[in-house]
Design a protein around this ligand. Sequence first.
Ligand code: 2HG
Ligand code: ZN
Length: 460
Amino acid sequence: MSSDLLSALRAITGDGGVLTEAADLEPYVTDWRGMFHGRALCVALPRTTQEVSAVVRACAAAGVPVVPQGGNTGLSGGATPDASGRQVVLCLKRMNAIRAIDVAGETMEVEAGCVLQTAQQAARARALLLPVSLAAEGSACVGGIVATNAGGTNVLRYGMARARVLGLEVVLADGTVVEGLRALRKDNAGYDWKQWFIGTEGTLGVVTAAILQLAPLPRHTVTAWLALPSPEAAIAVLRAARQELGDALSGFELMSGEAIARVEQHLGLRSPLPAAPWFVLLEASASLGGLREAAEAVLARSLEAGDATDCVLAESGQQAAALWKLRECITEAEARTGKSMKHDVSVPVSAIPAFLAAADPAVAAAFPGVRINAFGHAGDGNIHYNVILAPGTDTAALNVLVHDLVVRHGGSISAEHGLGQYRVDEALRTRHAAETDLARRIKRALDPGGVLNPGKVLPQ
Ligand code: 2HG
Ligand code: ZN
C-alpha cells in the first residue's frame, strides 16, 4: 500500500521529488530547536500547484495524512509529523518563484516556498517594503508566514502577516485548487475565504501562492536604545513615542535586563548602555523629514519624566543593526542557558506591567530555581514570557500558572507562534467551548477525512 503511494508520488513530483532515506528525512521530521521529533513515510517536494494538488489527492485516496512544511522555523511543532511514520511531509521549498511585482499597485505575487528574505530583497530592489520582519526571515518561507499568520517586530505599524495578504491560491484536502490570486484592496464579493487559510497552520488547506500588499520603502529610519526602571516606564515611553512619532513608530521591543545580560554573556555582544532592569529598542521610519527631531523629543521627554534613565540614538545603519542583533539573539542566548518553556503570550498593551507584576513573583514562588526570560514586542502587547527550567520543574503546572494569569489579564496563550502541536491542550483549556466547537465545525467541513495536518491546532 505505502509502496503504491510512494510510486504515485514519485510519478507526480519527478526527479528528487520524494525523499525516503532516514538521513534525508531527518531535517524535515524534527523542528529546528529539536523540541519535536516525528517520523515520516516520505517527504514530497512538488514543483507546481498542480503537483501539490496531485500529491494531496493521492495521499487522501490512500488515507495518508499530509503535513505541510516550508522553512521549518516554527516554534510550536506545527510542521513536524507525528511519531507514526505514516504521514507525508509536503515540503513547498521547490515552489519558490516570485511570479510578479506590481510597482504602482505595490503588490507581489509569490509562491509558498520562497524564502521571506528573498521576497523582501526583491521588493526592496523596486523601492518597496515587504513589511513582515522576524528573526527567522533568512529561512522562513512565505507559505509558512501566511499559514501561521506570523508576527514579528513591526506588527505595531504594519499588522501581522494576515494584514499583508490580498489574494491566495490554496489546495484543499480533496486536491481542489482554489484560485483567489486577486490583487485587490477592496473585494467584498462574498465570504473572504482566504482568512480560513491564514493562521490555520495547514489544517484546512495548503497555501501554494499569495499576493502580498507591499508598502512604500521609507527613506529615513531612526533606532534608539533606552534603559528603563520598569515595565510601567516602558508603557509611558510607548505613549510618548506614539504621540511624537505617530504611525512612523514601527518597532517597540521590551527586554529584561537579564535577557540582555545573557546575550552579552553567551554571545559576546555588548549593550551600548550599562546594566539596567529593562531595555527598550524603538524604531521609526518615514519618507518625510523631521523623524530624528521627533525621536529626540521622545528621548528627552522620557529622560525628563524618569521613564528612561539612559538612552542612545543609532548614528548609522551599522549601529542600528548592532542594536537589533542584541534583541534578535535573545532566543539563542536563552537556548544556550538551558532548557526553557516558551510562553508566547499577549495581553492588552496597558496590561503588560500588571501581568508581569503578577507573574514574576508567582512563578518564582511556585518553581524555585527557574529563571524568567521576558522580552517581546511590547508595542503590540506580545511578551515572550519564557522560563528557563530548573531540574525537576513541573512544566505542565508552570504552563497552567502562566496561562491562567494571561487569561486573567484579558490575554491570549499564543500571540504569534500559533498552537501547532505544542499548545493544543492549553488552547482547549483556556478558550471558550463555543470557540473550539466552531473551529471543529470548520475543520470537519473543509477536511472531513482528517487529511491535513491532523493533531495540530485542534486535538485529533
Ligand atoms: C522573537 O520574538 C521570536 O524573537 C522568538 O518570536 C521568541 O524565542 C522566543 O520565544
Ligand atoms: Zn516574537
